[in-house]
Design a protein around this ligand. Structure first.
Ligand code: IMP
Length: 424
């Protein structure tokens, strides 16, 4: 059973790119299964810093086929730009395959998201403004355009005319904006289509054949469990489904193929955008984690909110995703704290919760209950094995695995490939 799922267990930005890059060595396919160019993966490979938003980081390996599955929303302008940036760095992008079923992010999605976020005022979600929500909305409403529509000019025009009639009414009559012009969209997208065409294929069939031949497939999630449309902190979530179950639905493969579900866990917690965050620290600790961890969004440059590790969320992610192992990232950021804290439960309305509260208003007022451990003062980014780490750092990692109930397989102590240390 050679398929693995790799996903974020918090609010995204756990360092999935780093983990996928580390694990990709043994893979034949790396498949992105949801979201769009709202994600941002920073990878340092052979001394080069790469920022990928849509293309799986497997693209950096010559032996890997990188797949964008049907459950992803694709902004073709962005995809072509990212492919060109990679080419300019000497990366071969010919092994990128895009599902014809993936939905397109269209210019009106970007325009509508801008005006609706503004309209929400202080209730805005703080989205990445990449058109993700509007594109998934149209998919569910069955008025979306798909990658395959790009290759039938007549169908593309027909579908666009229908949808643009409504979108332009909304833009002009409700939001007082200028309408978008169908001819201009067609002209631009026809050109993009010709560049994309060699990369479009039936990715479900491709992966099925690969699995039949004993190839290894890694299904890579974007964002994180707490941003999941169904299981996250709704409405402060993204519009897709990062949890493990969706990896299969999107890629079009069955559950029996998967034997590893790897949860990426940052050694502390961050969040961008609005929404509840029980362990958020707005004082010195949060500031220090943000500075040491360079916690600024890859996509929007926004400062991330920071706080101590939350084991309640860890257990929730373990349960929802059926995690088989944890990959802990950014442990080095915790160096220099005399004491480190882990949230083991919440207090809300006089009751104690050690599981994710069943009602969102409880989560909004959840007060973290902390356990304190000895910290370590020395820098650890040059350690070459897990056993090399200070005793306190190892104790911290073992306590995380105990509280989450899932074994840790790798600890990462810096951005470079060799800074990932196998545990046990
Ligand atoms: P959207 O995905 O652009 O619709 O944004 C919805 C929420 O998800 C916002 O709070 C974003 O900040 C958050 N979000 C989306 N993508 C990421 C990501 O890759 N990392 C962290 N947060 C994200």
């Amino acid at each position: 059973m050679p398929a693995s799922i790799v996903l974020g267990t918090q609010w995204g930005d756990e360092g999935k790119g780093k983990a996928v890059d580390y694990l990709a060595d043994r893979m034949d396919f790396v498949v992105r299964y949801q979201g769009g160019n709202n994600a941002g993966h920073t990878v340092i490979a052979e001394g080069r810093l790469l920022k990928l938003q849509l293309i799986p980081s497997g693209i950096l390996y010559d032996h890997i086929t990188s797949v964008i599955a049907g459950g992803v929303v694709v902004d073709p302008r962005h995809l072509i730009k990212e492919m060109n940036e990679l080419r300019a760095l000497g990366v071969d992008v010919s092994r990128l395959v895009v599902s014809g079923n993936a939905h397109l992010i269209m210019p009106y999605h970007l325009e509508l998201e801008k005006v609706t976020e503004r309209f929400l005022g202080k209730n805005a979600l703080g989205t990445t403004k990449r058109g993700i929500g509007p594109a998934y909305g149209d998919k569910a409403a069955r008025i979306g355009l798909r990658v395959q529509d790009l290759f039938d000019a007549k169908i593309f025009r027909e579908k666009l005319d229908v949808v643009l009639r409504e979108k332009n009414l909304i833009l002009t009559k409700i939001y007082n904006r200028l309408p978008l012009d169908a001819d201009r969209i067609v002209e631009e997208y026809v050109d993009l289509a010709s560049q994309l065409e060699p990369h479009v294929a039936d990715t479900g069939a491709l992966l099925y054949r690969g699995l039949q031949d004993g190839k290894h497939v890694m299904l890579e999630g974007a964002q994180g469990t707490l941003l999941d449309l169904d299981h996250g902190t709704y409405p402060f979530v993204t519009s897709s489904t990062p949890v493990a179950g969706y990896a299969l639905a999107s890629a079009g493969i069955g559950p029996r193929e998967v034997d590893r579900v790897i949860g990426i866990v940052k050694a502390y917690v961050t969040r961008v955008g609005a929404g509840p965050f029980p362990t958020e620290d707005v004082d010195e600790t949060g500031e220090r984690l943000g500075v040491r961890g360079n916690e600024f969004g890859t996509v929007t440059g926004r400062k991330r909110r920071c706080g101590w590790f939350d084991a309640v969320l860890g257990r929730y992610a373990a349960r929802l995703n059926g995690l088989t192992e944890l990959f802990v990232t950014k442990l080095d950021v915790l160096s220099g704290f005399e004491r480190v804290r882990i949230c083991t439960g919440y207090r809300a309305d006089g009751a104690l919760y050690d599981d994710f509260p069943p009602h969102q208003s409880l989560f909004h007022k959840a007060e973290p209950v902390y356990e304190e451990l000895d910290g370590w003062m020395e820098e650890i980014d040059e350690a070459t094995s897990f056993e090399d780490l200070p005793k306190e750092a190892r104790t911290y990692v073992h306590r995380l695995e105990e509280l989450v109930g899932v074994p840790v397989s790798v600890v990462s102590i810096g951005p470079a490939r060799q800074q990932s240390l196998p545990v046990g």
